[in-house]
Design a protein around this ligand. Structure first.
Ligand SMILES: [Zn+2]
Length: 97
């Protein structure tokens, strides 16, 4: 199946959505967009990602089901302070098409 892959980010500090000005907290999922050299955070709603379900990667059966039936995959990047680097940790699948 043809799957789209999106990169999203888990915030490591407070921020606000650059579109609707909603306050965003550490751990919130955002999409980052670059406009005129500036990195802007978009909340899930403004990034049109609020219909997505987060699946825990620990559930192998559910992950396999999702990978068979969903057409959308997102990789959540988190800033790891201990490693001082971005790490991809969770996968997000859209089960409702
Ligand atoms: Zn927003």
């Amino acid at each position: 199946m043809d799957q789209k892959e999106f990169l999203v980010f888990a915030l490591s500090k407070m921020s606000e959505c650059s579109v609707c000005k909603t306050e965003l907290y550490s751990g919130n999922i955002v999409k980052l967009e670059e406009r005129q050299g500036e990195k802007l955070a978009l909340c899930r709603k403004c990034a049109k990602l609020d219909h997505l379900e987060i699946l825990n990667r620990g559930n192998a059966k559910l992950t396999r089901l999702a990978s068979n039936y969903s057409s959308f995959k997102a990789i959540i990047l988190r800033w790891s302070r201990s490693r001082n680097a971005m790490s991809a940790r969770e996968y997000w699948w859209n089960l409702r098409q």
